[in-house]
Design a protein around this ligand. Sequence first.
Ligand code: SF4
Length: 340
Amino acid sequence: MKLFMPERVIFEPSSLKYPLGVELYDFFTNNDIEVIKSTSNKTSSFIPGITPITKYTNSKKTILITTMKNKKLDFCSPSADYQFSLVSNCPGSCEYCYLQTTQGEKPSIKVYVNLEDIFQVIKQHIKDEGITTFEVASLGDPLALEHITGSLAKTIEFFGELENAKLRVVTKFSNVDSLLQLKHNGNTRFRVSINTENVIDNFEHNTARLNERIETASKLIAHNYPIGFIVAPIMVYDTWEEDYKDLFTLLYEGFGYKYNHEEITFELIQHRFTARAKDMILQRFPHTKLDMDEEKRMLKWGRYGRFKYVYPKEQSCEIKTFISSLIMDKFPNAKIEYFT
Ligand code: SF4
């Protein structure tokens, strides 16, 4: 897919004190991108837009260069012990995106340039015993910006030298070539996000196509990265069973048969939405085909203090059983880590 380039980049004052901030400043000014040096951390007024749609689309073309101030990492159940971020948000426009309600009305893409501080905080969270796992993609997709920042590569090599910590990355993008030769030491597990062609075509705008994602997984495993797949969000619609069957056939033909399946993991996440997310999605995508009919769902209390709508118990058991059987049919030794 075509690599993303922003229309405008805003630098917060603190960002230019770090080598990566300065490097990015030079890069964007040399590439004829609109660069704004902000004198304060209040930057949303630099992003044009009046309606929810124009605010959203302009924000998705804007990068904010900033610094990560958190010294304490959040837990990241069920996928890892902790989460941290190199970026938040991404240039993709998935209609169902779980970040719709957490990034404000102008969800620009944030890049954190104080990598040394971030690595220091990670080191402080490694447990004395056992392996500590860290998720880097819970608030965005760092691979989507890797051709600009290079910071995922530095993070993979940082983890490559750690003995008791593992990195976990999720992506819907495909530009992994710059990561293939890194000294990762098997400490980074990539999980490629996959879904039916129907879901990708209708809801996952500006992300890599399914065949590109499968090719990405093949390249990574050929370079000895541990690999997994996140099947998310699993949606029930008229032809969902045939479509998910096709998905695993394509995955098997494009990737699966070549490798030892024992090392492959699957994470399964059913589609869910909150009342607030539904409202936001309808403002930004008024013609969305997303099924957000509350009558067909049940309410479940979420860990972020909000009720979310998930499939009713019987239906979610059916989804879990069906998708698990498709996986076991094609990848009998793979590990299904969780269904949620
Ligand atoms: S790729 Fe991930 S972070 Fe980006 S819009 Fe889609 S769901 Fe959200």
